[in-house]
Design a protein around this ligand. Structure first.
Ligand code: NZQ
Ligand code: ZN
Length: 386
């Protein structure tokens, strides 16, 4: 096992009807900025419940954070934070709202000349030393952003990862009933996103991280077990609760500690979202099977372990076992209603070179757990994903 630090200060408040506890979680004298997306929390009554729970605290609202949150939108909230001396940020929404809020906090406390440097230069966030506490109320299980320190922000035709220990939420309320209103396609996106957060940290090369591997396998098997149930019966509390907790645990640092991590599916996927507007989870479902086919040799041992332990495939030679596991994975995504080829989204071969150019522009030239996945290999991956 590799050396590691594991640090995660987020207080999780999990379960039904716990929004009232905001009164204990948010300081009594706080001036709170509530951040949200395009309006689902208004439509389904969550915003009313949140403001009621905050009682007589000073509250300002900032809505309109779009999926794949944009730098320009978030900078409007930064102005409000500064003008109104906000001292508590409460994100109510999915990954985009939570990521946006993390960025707003860093941007409001950044002392450099150009705030976009926080996105363009990964070390810029390390210069931020002050922070406004962030709380979250999660409405979409997928990203794990509610219990990690990362954020993904759209800027100038790209998606950029930013992170700092100051970005961990101080608390996150995970009430599975708040996710019952999600359309099936967003639930499916969340299942795939969680699945691939786990495989990015698990289908690499062996490092004898037995706890990490078995926990990863446990999350994957849970997702396979509950996916149909939670899509077809959105109000089945226990199925949804298992999805919510799996999503949080899939990307909170636990299973990735002490083991190699890949993240090439995500980095190539970010370009597909930025260029073609495909939802984050769907880009991953397109890329994962193609990456595994092309990287079969580098990932051979872990792909075999994945086939055996997650899909119980044990008969046949090694190549057959691995191919069957890749097919099972694709069938799993397709069974959730998620298409797994670029052509399903109207993307044709002539667009591939644009993706390669964008990857190079964004410095994504040495991807994967072995840092040898080059743009030329990305091109092969995209060609077989057509
Ligand atoms: O904007 P509203 O009106 O709220 O609607 C949202 C949005 O349209 C809707 N929604 C959310 N909760 C709902 C609901 N609709 C009905 N009922 C509810 N309870 O769902 C739509 C999508 O929301 P979004 O937040 O964009 O989805 P998700 O949680 O999948 O987040 C995706 C973003 O997270 C980033 C992605 O790149 C993408 O920008 N990621 C962040 C990560 C992190 N911070 O660690 C890791 C991930 O890999 C990912 O990259
Ligand atoms: Zn993801």
């Amino acid at each position: 096992m590799q050396n590691f630090n594991f640090y995660n200060p987020t207080h999780i408040v999990f379960g039904k009807d716990r929004l009232g506890e905001l009164d204990n979680l948010v300081p009594k004298n706080a001036k709170v900025l509530i951040l949200f997306g395009g309006g689902s929390i208004k439509k389904f009554g969550t915003l009313d419940k949140v403001t009621k729970a905050l009682k007589d605290r000073i509250i300002i609202e900032f809505g309109g954070i779009e999926p794949n949150p944009r730098f320009e939108t978030l900078m409007k909230a930064v102005d409000i934070v500064k003008e109104k001396n906000i001292d508590f940020l409460l994100a109510v929404g999915g990954g985009s709202v939570i990521d946006g809020t993390k960025f707003i906090n860093l941007a409001a406390n950044y002392e450099g000349n150009d705030t976009a440097d926080l996105l363009l230069n990964y070390s810029a966030s390390k210069t931020v030393v002050k922070s406004i506490p962030i709380g979250t109320v999660l409405t979409l299980p997928a990203t794990g952003s509610e219990m990690n320190s990362g954020a993904v922000i759209s800027y100038n035709h790209g998606k950029f990862v930013v992170g700092s220990p100051l970005s961990f939420p101080t608390f996150s309320i995970l009430d599975p009933t708040l996710t019952f209103t999600l359309p099936p396609s967003q639930v499916a996106n969340g299942i795939v996103d969680t699945f691939i957060h786990v495989t990015e940290q698990y289908v690499t090369y062996p490092a004898d991280g037995r706890f990490q591997d078995r926990t990863a396998e446990g999350i994957l098997k849970t997702l396979i077990e509950i996916s149909e149930q939670t899509i077809n019966n959105p109000e089945d509390y226990d199925a949804r609760a298992n999805l919510v907790w799996s999503a949080t645990m899939g990307l909170n640092g636990l299973i990735g500690s002490g083991v190699p991590q890949d993240w090439s599916t995500h980095m190539i996927g970010h370009e597909l979202t930025a260029m073609f507007g495909i939802d984050h989870g769907k880009t991953l479902a397109i890329l994962q099977p193609a990456i595994w086919k092309i990287r079969k040799e580098q990932k051979r041992e872990k792909l075999l372990q994945y086939a055996n332990r997650v899909w119980n495939i044990t008969e046949g030679d090694d190549d057959y076992i691995i191919d069957s596991a890749i097919n099972k994975t694709r069938e799993f995504f397709e069974g959730l209603g998620i298409k797994t080829y670029l052509s399903d989204y109207g993307i044709t071969a002539d667009k591939i070179e644009n993706v390669i150019t964008a990857l190079k522009k964004h410095g994504m030239t040495a991807l994967s757990e072995t840092r040898n996945l080059t743009p030329d290999i990305c091109r092969e991956i995209l060609e077989i994903a057509l």
